[in-house]
Design a protein around this ligand. Sequence first.
Ligand code: NAD
Ligand code: TYD
Length: 378
Amino acid sequence: MQGRLSPAIEGEELDSSRSAVLVTGGAGFIGSNFVLRRMSERQTSVIVLDKLTYAGNLENLSSVAQDERCRFVRGDIMDGALVRRLLDEHRPQAVLHFAAESHVDRSILGPEEFIRTNIEGTFHLLEAVRGYWLKLTAQEQAAFRFLHVSTDEVYGSLSPTDPAFTEETPYAPNSPYSASKASSDHLVRAYHHTYGLPVLTTNCSNNYGPRQFPEKLIPLMMLNALKGLSLPVYGDGLNVRDWLYVDDHCDGIQTVLDRGIPGQTYNIGGRQEMTNLELVRQVCAILDELKPTQKSYADLITFVKDRPGHDRRYAMDISKIERELGWKPRETFVGGLRKTIEWYLNNLEWVEHVTSGAYRDWIHLQYTSTNPAGTVQL
Ligand code: NAD
Ligand code: TYD
């Protein structure tokens, strides 16, 4: 199915002086933040290919809906014929691959879609891109990039005293999600090693910011709190994550695209390690200030059954991207968290739209049936 955001007509040439990029998963959380940022900063055209799963939402791109440089195509990265057609038609200078199933808890309850999209989907996408790349002139081939967006979770779990993950840390993925992402990273690597495709891979820590689907920790906690529902913290709440504001991640991806060396991987992170409990308390403290009630929102914190195989700690050593490409995170955690919470408070209609019936079913499955201690009502 072909949907369009812009008035541009399918098949009509986009202005070739503004070379295009193809963005998969551009209607999701990070992909949409990337598209909006890129379009505000550069003249280039963007073709978004997105299947619009429960996590993809065209409303995320509404601010560029009338911009003729943006074209939206609803489709699956598994669909090689569609991807080949888009590549031949728009002749992008880069493909940025965000599309994935991205939620660990969903991968535990139903891994199959993760294998399909994250592994098979990436394979079919790589095949289509390789065919396109082979037809380019030598100069175009040298300028072309395939940038694969991946995660720190491929490296496994750290103890509290372990040094942070570097690009040399051996892969040890623990969940079906991280195993599927690790597999896709290996495929991307192999396409460089075997076929010479100019690929770049970024491995990033936990993101937060506007437009994140409310199943993820920060939006889930703040939206539950606003409804007076319990705040379900898994296990003892002492698992540590390294948080990065989404805009900094998008800037890191753009930096790697502009200056990264083909075949290399780059860790991206925020140097903001924190336990889940600490983080949830910070969310509550900001809400206490912005939306005060008689009691503190922190009173709603409830410890629930732990996630199976729950990774204890992630931490990223980002010295390579800092040293070689001059990128570093700009946003402080306190500043980024406040901006994020304010965005959700100002966009409750967006929340209403994305939390459809299917999402309610998921919440019931995750927090009620399998996790009676963490009952959350809707
Ligand atoms: P998301 O779940 O919000 O968005 C994923 C998007 O991909 C959605 O728009 C969805 O419709 C689309 N999609 C899913 N399957 C598809 C398919 N088969 N064909 C085409 N489109 C499909 O995810 P996100 O949080 O924006 O993550 C984007 C990427 O960044 C993922 O690859 C993820 O692994 C990686 N990543 C995420 C984080 C994080 O904290 N969210 C951290 C590091 C890396
Ligand atoms: P999540 O946002 O799912 O990201 P990831 O698992 O990819 O790191 O979860 C972040 C952390 O928060 C993780 O340690 C699991 C924990 N968590 C809870 O304690 N309760 C919840 O309801 C959710 C969704 C996550």
